[in-house]
Structures are given as C-alpha cells and as structure tokens.
Design a protein around this ligand. Structure first.
Ligand SMILES: Nc1nc2c(c(=O)[nH]1)N[C@H]1C(S)=C(S)[C@@H](COP(=O)(O)O)O[C@H]1N2
Ligand SMILES: [Mo]
Length: 432
C-alpha cells in the first residue's frame, strides 16, 4: 500500500474500528451516559458524518509549510474586534473591542485584543527604540531594546481595562453585546523587566515622588504615576502571551500598570521622568476624571474597581439548544487584587447562586466563572456580581448612580443585566 492509499483507507487493524452495527450501539450508549445532552442515535437512522468516509479523510490535508504563522480557521472568522460606529470619530483616534462573548478561558489572544490609540498605531523598529530615564535621578540613563533584554526578567498576567469600558451605559442600556459594553479589556501574560529594576539602576533622588511616562507616538499620551506604584508592580514589557507585542499594543515596549486604568499603560514607551509633583497633563485633567452630579470632578481615580459580566449567554451569544443543561459563563476582575467570589442571578438580582471559578482568582488578572444550570426554558434576567479580596462587592447600576450621578463616562463597574428570552435570544436591559 503506498502513502496515498493508506491515507484514504479507513483503519481496520487498530482494534478501534467497529462494525457499523457495533458502532451505532456504542454511540447510543455514549449518548445515554452524557446526561441527556448528546443526541442519542435512533436505531436505523445512521448519521452519514459517522458512517460515510468524508471528503477530508479522502486526501491530503495541508502540509506543515502552508501556514508559517497561523490565523484562526475560516469558520471562526466572526471572532474579531469590532468598532461602534458612532464612537469611532475617525480611525486615527479610535477604539475597537475584544469579542469577549466568543472567547473562553482568561488569556486574550493578541490578534483579537482591543486597541485604543489617540494618534494611530506607529511602526517603531527595535533598532530605533530608546527609553530615557531622567529628572530626579542620580544617573540619567538611556536604554536600547538590547539593553532591556539584559536585565532580570519576569512573567506576569494582568488585565488592561480602559477606564471608558461600559462608559456608554450610564444613562441607560445602550449597546447590544458584551463585546461592546465590556470589550475594552484584554488579559495577557507579559514578559519584561520590572520598572523598579530600571528606576533603581538610575537611582531615584529622595525628592522624587512621581514619574511622568510618555510614548513615542505623536499623542505621547503622557501620564503621572505615584512613585509608590512605579516601584510596586509596574512592568516595562516587551512580550505578551509569549511573543513580541503587536504593533498596535505598543511594539517594541509598553508599560504595564497593573489594576490601574488602561490610559496609564503607555505604549511605545520612550521617556520616564522622575518628578516631585504630578504633571497634570491633558490625559489626567480634562480626560480621565469623573464629573459628579454637582459638577465637581473626582481626580486621580486610577484603580479599576471589581467588575464582572456574563459573556454567554449574551446578545451576541444566544442560547441555541432549548431547555436543559446550560453553561452560563463570564469574566470577573479587580484592580485591587484577586477575585474571591462571583454570584450569578437569573432573576434580575432577587436571588443569587455562587458560581464556580475555573481557577482561583489571580492578582489583577481576569477570572473565568461558570454556573451550570438546568434551564427550564423561561426568560431570565441574567446578572453577575464580583467580590474581590478586599471584600468589595460590585454595585448595582442604581447604587453606582446614587454616588456618581450620570455625568460620568469613566469607571462604570455596575452589574450588567441580559434579558434572555424564552427563544434564547438576549438583550441589554436595566432592572430597577
Ligand atoms: N503611547 C500611547 N499609549 C497609550 C495610548 C495611546 O494612544 N498612545 N492609549 C492609552 C489608552 S486610552 C488605553 S485604554 C490603552 C489601550 O491599550 P491597547 O491598545 O493595548 O488596548 O493604551 C494607553 N496607552
Ligand atoms: Mo483608554
């Protein structure tokens, strides 16, 4: 038998191949074991997908040289970043959203992770990269990319959430999909050097109380960060999920400011100035402050409070299988530490059931939760509520409005409601 023949002949010598009758009986038994979720095969109606040799088993598949760097299979072409038309004033100063409704686990694939740029995504080669540390330091320094690679390295997984995530929902339920209401977030494993290591190399003078960080793009996106945070857990990162940062995520080097608003995670990081006071730049005065009911504004609201959302079922991920076993799943996170519990309600917050965390909550990283229920086929008002290690509990929309009014854009971490109808379709709604 030559190679080609072997590929198109079903195996008969493995002991695994069963006669057609034997196979059907085995199929029916397996169906019965799976708690009624699998369709048990009816006697006498063979499934051609099982009984017939399919086209993909009748010839060669692609060779190993067909895709030196892989993209998702075409059937998954829907799992992509999306814009909200009226939010994207133009493509240069724009935002797109992670398809969280279609992902599972906690790591966001870089290829579909949200992006926010103030002046477009720039192309900066490693050879052209310079990072300057100056200001109130003993020894001003400039690092090349190759220099950064020679400092002791760490790996840490953190979420980045834009402070504007869910910001369109203050006045009422607006955007129909978890991707649009909660998709300004990604969660990656970063490799890099701690900012502390680099600051210690330069030697911070006793008067130094803040750092001012700036990117190499035209917007520069400058932000002031208290020295305490800079020395605590910030990273100067050059890899995400094992590979180089994508151009759009700040190649070759970005800053990670764990748990704090995404705006501070400066991309294409070029300059760190140690200062005595905050600079009060555009991004931390006219932007990224929260205007309250009385017209005054909250300032320095850096931390992203505990938050969660059911990703499925949700408007873009309706229930298609009718009543019976249903997996409810979602994401929870807190900028103040680890998630310790997530509760799920199917009746708009009247009663709650504790969900199962897929893995124990990690510090300032996304946590996946599941609640496995027997759905009776009636409508649900689906909510999730996160609790973090400080004991903080995610507020309802009304609780948040009582304190913050409705003038805010940023830092909306309220409980989200999906109205799941009897036909399985879901809609973004508010319950009072
Ligand atoms: N240099 C630079 N850094 C930047 C920005 C920018 O426009 N330029 N946008 C900021 C904002 S508002 C957010 S929310 C995050 C977005 O990071 P991402 O594109 O990896 O999602 O980057 C921040 N860092
Ligand atoms: Mo942002």
């Amino acid at each position: 038998m030559d190679e080609k023949e072997r590929a198109i002949t079903p195996a008969t010598d493995s002991g695994l191949a069963l006669s057609r009758r034997g196979f059907l009986r085995a199929g029916a038994a397996a169906g019965a074991m799976a708690a009624g979720t699998g369709a048990a095969l009816a006697e006498g109606t063979p499934d051609p997908l099982i009984t017939e040799v399919q086209p993909w088993a009748q010839g060669w598949g692609d060779g190993v040289d067909a895709t030196p760097y892989g993209l998702p299979i075409r059937f998954e072409g829907d799992v992509v970043r999306r814009n909200v038309g009226w939010l994207t004033a133009d493509v240069i100063s724009s935002i797109n959203f992670t398809p969280i409704h279609a992902l599972d686990g906690t790591i966001t694939p870089a290829g579909c992770a949200f992006e926010r740029h103030h002046s477009g995504a720039i192309e900066l080669a490693k050879e052209d990269y310079r990072l300057m540390i100056h200001g109130l330091v003993d020894k001003p320094l400039v690092f090349t990319y190759a220099d950064l690679e020679r400092f002791p390295r760490v790996n840490r997984t953190y979420f980045l959430e834009c402070a504007a995530n869910t910001g369109m929902e203050w006045a009422g339920a607006q955007l129909n999909g978890a991707q649009f209401t909660h998709g300004m977030i990604h969660n990656m494993e970063y490799s890099g050097v701690t900012l502390r290591t680099l600051l210690e190399e330069a030697g911070v003078k006793p008067e130094g109380k803040w750092i001012y960080v700036e990117g190499a793009d035209a917007s520069s996106n400058g932000r002031s960060i208290p020295l305490e945070k800079a020395l605590d857990d910030c990273l100067v990162a050059f890899k995400a999920n094992g590979e180089a940062l994508r151009k759009e995520h700040g190649y070759p080097v970005r800053l990670c400011v764990p748990g704090w608003e995404g705006n501070m995670w400066v991309k294409w990081l070029r300059r760190i100035e140690v200062t005595e006071n905050a600079v009060e730049s555009r991004e931390e005065t006219s932007k990224y402050t929260d205007t309250l009911e009385d017209g005054t504004s909250r300032k320095w609201t850096w931390v992203m409070d505990a938050k969660s959302v059911v990703t499925s079922p949700s408007p873009q991920a309706p229930i298609k299988h009718g009543k019976g076993p249903l997996v409810i799943t979602g994401l929870a996170w807190s900028g103040r530490g680890a998630i310790t519990a997530v509760d799920v309600s199917i009746d708009g917050g009247k009663t709650w059931t504790e969900a199962r965390l897929a893995a124990p909550g990690q510090d300032k990283a996304l946590t996946r939760f599941y609640l496995d229920i027997e759905w009776d086929g009636s409508e649900m008002f689906l909510q999730s509520r996160a609790t973090d290690e400080t004991g903080y509990v995610q507020p309802t929309k009304n609780q948040l409005r009582e304190i913050r009014g409705e003038n805010s854009v940023y830092h909306n971490n309220c409980i989200q409601t999906w109205w799941v109808k009897a036909n399985g379709e879901a809609e973004n709604v508010e319950v009072s």
